[in-house]
Design a protein around this ligand. Sequence first.
Ligand code: URA
Length: 279
Amino acid sequence: MMTGERDQALSALQWLIEQGADEAIEPAPIDRTRAQPAPQKAKPPPPPAPKRPEPPLWEPPPTPLESTEETLGTARHLAAEADSLEALKAALDAFEGCALKQTATNLVFADGNPEAKIMMLGEGPGAEEDRQGLPFVGASGQLLDRMLHHIGLDRSSVYISNILFWRPPGNRTPTAGEIAACLPFVERHIELVAPDYLVLLGGTPAKTLLARSEGILRLRGRWRPYQHPGLARPIPALPTLHPAYLLRQPAQKRLAWRDLLSLQQARLSGTDPLAKPAP
Ligand code: URA
């Protein structure tokens, strides 16, 4: 190597060291200014073949979907077998025929005093009722408590439930099938409590239990007999406005107030509101 070449090579080496290239990795230098062949990647090993699951020795036969008739038959059977409120609640816990159960957090059975003379039935649990597993504990329940207070009642002197035992998702209107699936349990519930008076809060319980098609504004305020083969005698039932409706339409509270006074009068006088007045 000529002296000039050697000096050039040394100054190139010096420059590389200054740039931080202070270690020889390959035996021959790589000219990065030319295209390099793509480095050969090691092929990953093929994934292991999936293991075939061992066939089970025995499998239960797939459960056939129950028809509506079968669901109602199951509901009637379970409800009829229940000979106490605890048994009825357990029967509902075991019942899989109402689709609402799948989306609800809790079964909402009842609150209040089962020995009370007055049984109140609403439509179905809302969000708060679903969370707590108790009926009428949200905003409309608080209004109901205030209404009861005005006629000297509270949850120790009434028994409260709904005609649906699970919350419809998003508080949507229940379907006829959902109401029908719960109805045998509601009917048995009324039989077991055997109240002197029924108060039906809103159109859905009123129409369902009295088999009427009119709206609640027509039905409310008039006592009608609730009849069922399991009852020794018809129970006087008073349809009235639902507290949730009163929260939206406070001017209608005066109608609900009239209905409460009618309930109060029947309870305090002990008279049968279904009896025809003497001519
Ligand atoms: N509305 C009902 O009808 N029932 C409840 O339990 C709560 C709100």
